[in-house]
Design a protein around this ligand. Structure first.
Ligand code: S3P
Length: 441
């Protein structure tokens, strides 16, 4: 694929019904759980993207049988802690923060060492957040300056812990849940709420887990060493991928879209609540439950004038991957928008807070950025006609895709580099846009 794309034309009059790519978080979690199940598991509609493929390759390196055909992916699990691999096996997690953090929990009881590596972006990300609790469980870790490569050595003598997860990070929480799954006794986690797919999957598999909301925390108790059987799962659409089309539709004249069969788990729908508060016309229809997850179609219509928002702190983890898009909407909304306690955005595939503030300035929007907040001075008359270039130096897929939405919605001539980064989460992103009438060269 070419390494950059050019967009010169805006999009208007979207009238479409689409499906987006499958949920990345659920796809990775299904694979990691299937690998520790007893017997065969099948996933239908598993996301075919680099992050998920890195997960399947990692499992194969651990001796797990993984096969893929046109309709499903099958994993033949041999049970908890049943991996078979050579000491110092190298696993390359490429760009995937989720794989690299969650697999540490999966490996907690494997006494042979594994060396985890990653691409340029992942190698810049912080691992101290999982090292401390892993060590408390008894897992040995070796790394420099809290960055990959990480050598991890599990133990036969895991001990249950009590731990406070205060960042609202689902990757940290899930790493701990996977550790706890392999640990005898009861592990107790007090966590700032974040996406809860792992907990829901544990419940679906009858793994003994209890969750109680206490003030602003989830108190999670899990009894480990409980074997479960192989299971089939159909992965729904990803709200984070839907978000690009929600925002494109909102910012494009005379447009409406129906996005079918999306996972609308409450811990992920911050973007919908935020945009609705900004006066956007969005509705969830055909709501249903599937294997413990909430699914719906998302209907979006443009035309209403958008107003600024003072974003509540509780939204931060519920919209964590969607902030670049939300900031773009704020640029076009009337009034000043405020986002506080969003320092975690500096720890994503790139420093998204820094990127966002530079991006907004580039398109003529006044912003005030601090270490963990952003203030955006919206301009409802914002229209672009200059030349814009996005150099995405560590290839953040969401930076690339948000820039495409800005180009298609606001006008101007755009050269967007590192377009291959979309393969991390949404390889069909450009073809979906083209199906709506976008011209992308
Ligand atoms: C994810 C959790 C979030 C999110 C990431 C996927 C997950 O990361 O940004 O894209 O699947 O658990 P944090 O745990 O760093 O918030």
């Amino acid at each position: 694929m070419k390494k950059f794309i050019i967009i010169k034309n805006r999009i208007r009059n979207i009238k479409a019904k689409i499906v987006v790519s499958s949920d990345k978080s659920l796809s990775i979690r299904w694979a990691l759980l299937a690998a520790q199940a007893l017997g065969k598991s099948r996933a239908y509609n598993l996301l075919d993207s680099e992050d998920v493929n890195s997960t399947l390759i990692a499992l194969k390196k651990l001796g797990v049988k993984v096969t893929k055909n046109k309709n499903y992916c099958e994993i033949n699990g041999k049970g908890l802690n049943s991996f078979s691999f050579n000491n110092n096996t190298i696993i390359n997690c490429q760009n995937s923060g989720t794989l690299s953090r969650l697999i540490c929990g999966v490996l907690a009881k494997s006494i042979k060492s594994v060396i985890l590596k990653g691409d340029q972006s992942l190698s810049k990300r912080d691992f101290s957040r999982i090292i401390k609790p892993l060590n408390l469980f008894g897992v040995k870790t070796k790394l420099k300056k809290n960055r990959l490569p990480l050598k991890i050595t599990g133990t036969d003598f895991l001990r249950p812990i009590e731990y406070d997860e205060l960042r609202g990070s689902a990757q940290v929480k899930s790493c701990l849940l996977f550790c706890a799954l392999n640990t005898p006794g009861i592990t107790k986690i007090r966590a700032v709420p974040s996406r809860d797919h792992t907990e829901r999957l544990f419940k679906f598999l009858n793994i003994p887990i209890k969750i109680r909301r206490e003030k602003k925390f989830d108190i999670i108790k899990i009894r480990g060493e409980n074997q479960y059987n192989g299971f089939d799962y159909k992965i729904p659409g990803d709200i984070s991928s839907s978000a690009f089309f929600i925002v494109l539709t909102l910012l494009s004249k005379n447009s409406k879209i129906l996005i079918k069969n999306v996972n609308v788990n409450k811990s992920r729908t911050g973007i919908i609540d935020i945009l609705k508060k900004m006066n956007a016309n969005i509705r969830l229809i055909n709501k249903k439950m599937y294997n413990g997850e909430d699914i719906a179609d998302i209907f979006v219509k443009s035309g209403k004038s958008l107003k600024s928002i003072n974003c509540a702190k509780e939204m931060n983890s519920r919209a964590t991957d969607e902030f670049l898009l939300i900031f773009l909407v704020c640029a076009k909304a009337k009034g000043i928008s405020y986002f506080n306690n969003i320092g975690e955005l500096r720890h994503k595939e790139c420093d998204r807070l820094k990127f966002a503030s530079n991006f907004l300035k580039m398109i003529g929007i006044k912003v005030k950025e601090t270490s963990n907040s952003l203030k955006i001075y919206g301009n409802p008359r914002l229209e672009l006609n200059g030349n814009y270039e996005i150099k995405n130096y560590i290839k953040d897929h969401r930076v690339c895709m948000m820039s495409c939405i800005a180009a298609l919605a606001l006008g101007g001539t755009w050269k967007i580099h590192d377009s291959e980064s979309i393969n991390t989460s949404f390889p069909k992103f450009f073809s979906k846009l083209k199906s709506l009438g976008a011209k992308i060269n």
